[in-house]
Design a protein around this ligand. Sequence first.
Ligand code: GLN
Length: 547
Amino acid sequence: MARYVFITGGVVSSLGKGLASAALGALLQARGFTVRLRKLDPYLNIDPGTMSPFEHGEVFVTDDGAETDLDLGHYERFTGVPARKTDSISSGRIYMNVLEKERRGDYLGKTIQVIPHVTNEIKDFLSIGDDEVDFMLCEIGGTVGDIEGLPFFEAIRQFAHERPRGQCIFMHLTLLPYLAASGELKTKPTQHSVKELRSIGIAPDVLVCRSEQPIPEKERAKIALFCNVRPEAVIPAYDLKSIYGAPLAYHAVGLDQAVLDAFMISPAPRPDLRRWEDVMDRLTHAEGEVRVAIVGKYTQLEDAYKSIAEALTHGGMANRVRVRAEWIDSEIFEREDPSPHLEGFHAILVPGGFGERGTEGKIRAATWAREKKIPYLGICLGMQMAVIEAARNLAGMTDAGSEEFDHEAGAKRFTPVVYHLKEWVQGSHRVERKPGDDKGGTMRLGAYDAHLADASLVARAYGTNRIEERHRHRYEVDIAYRDRLEECGLRFSGMSPDGRLPEIVEHENHPWFIGVQFHPELKSKPFAPHPLFADFIRAAVETSRLV
Ligand code: GLN
């Protein structure tokens, strides 16, 4: 049976609960324990799949095809443990499960209530796979006191109460605001937040206090006294230059020790922190810098492309260079010549996206990169745009486009080089979709194999001919146009195992121009940079040497 750490937050949102959870996971691993991280989100969406990236940031996709919260991306980047469908749950999903059971008559005529039916459903979810790891770290989204969060808090209280004593602990994150006028750090919001938790029956074992200023010993002792937490378990969390500094920084202030103490694990195994020392060494001792333009639609909110930003950093670490990523709204290129905006960049990345807005600008960015021989990485929609670009400008199909945009406009305007996929094979079974299907959870989702062509740029980058990558899309490049495009130098260098779905294209007469139908960024880690990102940045470094 796993030990459980429940991670909650108070005072304000966006305190970095996800990061603290991920860093704790990494530190427990460094001490030789196995971990799994889980996120419980109080919102009513079934999953974030249908939410706008502006609302909720990136949708992180797991190997088994779940569309999840971006915190699961942090968990994977810090622990390397692939997340699963069962590591992310929302109130919406919990209620849906309960209501489906009610309709089926599973509750045998009982009145269905939040306690016990909803809380039982949450506890069942928490227990999944509890015999597989040493520690299960469960983060509750939102802040204590939110109405939506209450069933989750009640469920974790019951869960801890029902498990053997000492098997579950609570870690609570708060903020110590600094009042510049009086030059003081204030502990009152933290006291109130803990009081709120205790009023629902949860007493924190570890308090993580975010603060912009050093926390004096006297304040730490005061928090410990007023919040009924041991002084060693009041952990300061200061702002960091890089999120990857979190494991070493939290270790230095005793977070992992406090957690092991709370479980009374003694003596605690010594940590091996070499992985994180190497990560920090690569980050802080980078030589030189490359500039990468990310030409996309959701440029106002960096969280919309969280994993891409991280994967670029990892690519830089693999080459020991700093990557300066700059976000450019593709719509600009629909009005203006891309050259003045893109000159000086050493590589162009066009990320995934949905809908027609901004796509003509992405196509122009692809043209620019192809003609100027600047490294180009097109991801998902970015690959589809690169194919349309080649069809229009090299194969003479001036009306080439994607069915996605025709569907949106309700008219047929394009020759669909990219079409709506309705039937495909996943592993050994066939998947089918109908045009009117629900919007949520109906895309080609999760891990699929691809076979890479010999002597291709991608096979060289990966160092293998067989890969498995994660997908999230409805539309697909049509192989009917393969011969015509290959004659123009756009090679279909990666295909699904049945040879029907193009997974990768690359321009033969270009130093580095690759489009991938999947999302390689989701599998990149600071200690294991994704090979495509590592090679993309290597190509960018070469470009930077030429100019
Ligand atoms: N909108 C495109 C599709 O559904 C691309 C999706 C993406 O970039 N993730 O196929």
